[in-house]
Design a protein around this ligand. Structure first.
Ligand code: SAM
Length: 267
């Protein structure tokens, strides 16, 4: 099984990823809109809609038993960058609260890159969202977060950029409490023949070209396109999630496999 580790010099990759996201941070949303013709918003909306009820749950005592006290659902959005997924989750909680007084979530946004977090914090302020926790951290190791402490771990278009993905998945497993869920939205493998050819030309040629025209930076977008191609396919990535200890691992393709949503539980 090929987990997409080929050709990777681990030290170089981490530096490269940092450089790319420092460069694109300010124009990240604009480029996403242009390169995906706005479709990334639909994928993200759908991803968040798959979380289901986001409600308070009983506080767990030291022996692991539920108490009579309740606390908000604890969510960690890793590689959360500019806040897209966290803002959608926050809005979803508000929506659920209209019909369920128990809807509540405490959302932590983490990212390795201070520029991306900075853009996210500014955007949160503009929207009047003051209740997020922000954390600069590498997904591979987040020692400041305790074992068994989160109900949901999300990562959207982030795991592809992580150097040691298995390590990051094991870290997700450590941080989640029993019954907690891992959810990942990521580019994936298109298997439908003609669609695949069109998509390959689009991602390898047209996206870097747009990067050049709009941002005068084709290299960063070339990197992004290549990282999509090298990322493991749906089944390989599902195997890696299982290897990290998750159970009931499933995936769903979006737009013919351009993206997929992987889900798994810590049991
Ligand atoms: N989640 C956002 C979204 O869906 O639009 C941002 C995705 S952006 C393509 C990828 C993000 O992953 C960047 O903000 C980058 O800094 C972050 N990233 C890359 N490597 C990381 C790592 N090892 N740990 C945490 N975040 C990382």
């Amino acid at each position: 099984v090929d987990f997409g580790y080929e050709d990777i010099n681990f030290d170089e990759k981490e530096d490269r990823v940092k450089e790319v996201f420092h460069k694109v941070a300010n124009n990240y949303d604009l480029m996403n809109d242009v390169t995906s013709i706005g479709i990334h918003r639909l994928w993200k909306n759908y991803f968040v809609s798959q979380i289901g009820p986001m409600r308070k749950r009983p506080v767990i005592d030291a022996e692991g038993n539920p108490t009579e006290e309740y606390e908000p659902m604890k969510i960690l959005d890793v590689a959360g960058g500019t806040g897209d997924i966290a803002f959608l989750m926050h809005e979803e909680v508000q929506k659920q609260r209209r019909t369920n007084a128990n809807a509540a979530a405490e959302i932590t946004i983490s990212d390795i890159n201070s520029s991306m977090l900075g853009v996210g914090m500014d955007r949160a302020k503009e929207r009047g969202y003051t209740n997020f926790n922000w954390l600069e951290a590498n997904a591979e190791s987040i020692p400041s977060l305790k074992n068994d402490s989160f109900d949901l771990y999300t990562i959207s278009f982030g795991i592809r950029n992580v150097t040691d993905r298995l390590k990051a998945l094991k870290e997700a497993h450590r941080i989640l409490r029993r019954g907690g869920r891992f959810m990942c939205l990521e580019f994936s493998e298109v298997k439908i023949p003609v669609w695949k050819e069109i998509y390959d030309v689009y991602s390898m040629n047209i996206i870097p070209f747009m990067g050049q025209i709009i941002l005068n930076d084709s290299a960063s977008y070339q990197y992004l396109a290549e990282s999509i191609r090298k990322f493991p396919n749906q089944d390989q990535f599902a195997s890696l999630i299982k290897e990290a200890g998750f159970k009931h691992v499933t995936y769903e393709n979006l737009s013919g496999g351009i993206c997929s949503i992987h889900s798994g539980y810590k049991l």
